[in-house]
Design a protein around this ligand. Structure first.
Ligand code: SF4
Length: 202
C-alpha cells in the first residue's frame, strides 16, 4: 500500500498545472489512511490555501457538525479535493487542471481503499458520473469500480440556504446504514462500469 505522506510530499512540490503559480499552500488532504469513508470536495478555497488543510472555515465547520451527527470525527475519515491547489478567486477548476491533478486523487484512493466515497459538490460527482445532476441523485448510492459512491451537495452551498442544509443533513443521516451494510452490498454487486445513464441506484 502506498504511503499517503509520499503522495502529499509529491503534491507539495508539484508544478504540473498552472495553479502552482498562485497557490500559497498545497492541500493534499488529511485523515485516516485506512478510512472506510472518503469525502472528495472540489478544491481549496481561501482558508484552505492559507492553512494547507481541506474543509476549514465555515463549510469545514459544517462538515464537522455533520460528521459529529453520525458520531464521526475528521480523523475517522479521509477528506480531500479533486484538485490540490486553489484556483485564483475561487473560480471553477479547469479541465486541464483536474486532469493534471487526478493522478494524486487516484493514488490516494488506491492507498486508502475505502468502501464508500462521498462526492461533495459537482466536480467530484463528475469523476464518477459526468452527466448526472446533483439535484437529481444526491443521497442515492451507486457502485462504481467496486466502491459505493454517494453524491452530496457541497456544505458551502448550504450555508445560506436552510432548505439545502436540511437536505445535506438528511443525506448525511444515511451514511451509518451505508457503512453498516457496505461490505454486504458490495459483495452482492456485479461491479458494473460507471455508466451515468444506467446508474444502479438503490
Ligand atoms: S493543482 Fe494538482 S496538478 Fe496542479 S499544481 Fe497543484 S498539485 Fe499539481
Amino acid at each position: 500500500m502506498e504511503d499517503l505522506k509520499l503522495i502529499a510530499d509529491e503534491v507539495a512540490v508539484c508544478t504540473d498545472c498552472k495553479l502552482h503559480q498562485s497557490r500559497k499552500k498545497v492541500v493534499p488532504g488529511e485523515g485516516s489512511s485506512d478510512a472506510e469513508l472518503v469525502f472528495i470536495g472540489e478544491g481549496p478555497g481561501f482558508h484552505e490555501n492559507e492553512q494547507g488543510r481541506p474543509f476549514v472555515g465555515a463549510a469545514g465547520r459544517f462538515l464537522e457538525e455533520l460528521l459529529a451527527s453520525i458520531d464521526l470525527k475528521r480523523e475517522d475519515v479521509f477528506i480531500c479535493n479533486v484538485i490540490k491547489c486553489r484556483p485564483p478567486g475561487n473560480r471553477d477548476p479547469q479541465v486541464d487542471e483536474t486532469q493534471a491533478c487526478s493522478k494524486y486523487l487516484e493514488r490516494q484512493i488506491s492507498a486508502i481503499d475505502p468502501k464508500i466515497i462521498v462526492t461533495v459538490g459537482r466536480f467530484s460527482l463528475a469523476r464518477y458520473s459526468p452527466k448526472s445532476r446533483i439535484s437529481a441523485i444526491h443521497g442515492q448510492t451507486s457502485v462504481v469500480n467496486g466502491r459505493l459512491i454517494m453524491p452530496m451537495y457541497h456544505p458551502a452551498a448550504a450555508l445560506h440556504q436552510p432548505s439545502l442544509r436540511r437536505t445535506i443533513e438528511a443525506d448525511f443521516a444515511l451514511i451509518p446504514e451505508l457503512i453498516a451494510h457496505a461490505e454486504q452490498t458490495l459483495s452482492q454487486e456485479d461491479d458494473p462500469p460507471p455508466d451515468p445513464e444506467q446508474l444502479s441506484l438503490f
